[in-house]
Design a binder for this molecule. Sequence first.
Ligand code: IPE
Ligand code: IPE
Ligand code: MG
Length: 250
Amino acid sequence: MSQAPAPAHIPHHVAIIMDGNGRWAKQRGLPRIEGHRRGVETVRTTTFAARDLGVKMLTLYAFSVENWKRPQDEVGALMGLLEYYLKKELETFVRDRVRLRTIGRTEEMPASIQKLLRATMEETKQFTDYTLVLALNYGARSEIVDAARAYASAVAAGKEKLNDGSWQSFSRYLYTADMPDPDLVIRTSGETRISNFLLMQAAYAEFVFTPVLWPDFTKADLAAAIAEFAKRERRFGLTSEQLKPTATSK
Ligand code: IPE
Ligand code: IPE
Ligand code: MG
């Protein structure tokens, strides 16, 4: 890749809304689940592609709180695929030093999946160089509700002082407590919405929307999104001049 951005422009944390599995299958006259099956392959390749490109944390939106409302057979098939994926990947994660963690109401996921998640997280917790975060039964609104509840209990228990309330102290109650915010959020399949994903954490993320359907998403597509990110100027509320102080600007 001749146009690879300089390391300083590589996003530390990339989060992806993996969308378009159903349409990928439909275009081929296949059942939706076939799209999900191919989507799992893309999860695998993207996990390693991101690391190769210098990313340190990859969050994948795998199942939203709203996705339970899909037809039951599709939900069942998705859970089956997730179980299959986790069983198969444990060995790979250990061999390739990938730390796994999750965000979302995972306590509402099927027990067999919770067990696999716990085992995988335990076995990979020492691999701090690269982290794969699966958003499972995740919704930003549920996350805020859960955080507000936990924060209120902490205040009631005297562990937090209400008047000290700051984003810094409140954000410790989010699922993402010890994670850096995403620098780059990518959504595949041409949809340009956020669908209840990391609403607070993406406050200053750069967004890249690509028409590519998730099963077709490649390392080159990820590299292109990162190259687009590298061209952006993240101002965080400041002026461009403030970000690039020159000898005369003071
Ligand atoms: C994304 O693909 C996978 C999940 C939401 C689990 P979709 O299943 O949403 O695919 P489309 O949007 O119907 O094409
Ligand atoms: C978002 O995709 C959720 C995941 C990628 C897991 P959806 O396909 O569920 O989102 P909408 O319904 O198009 O907003
Ligand atoms: Mg979709």
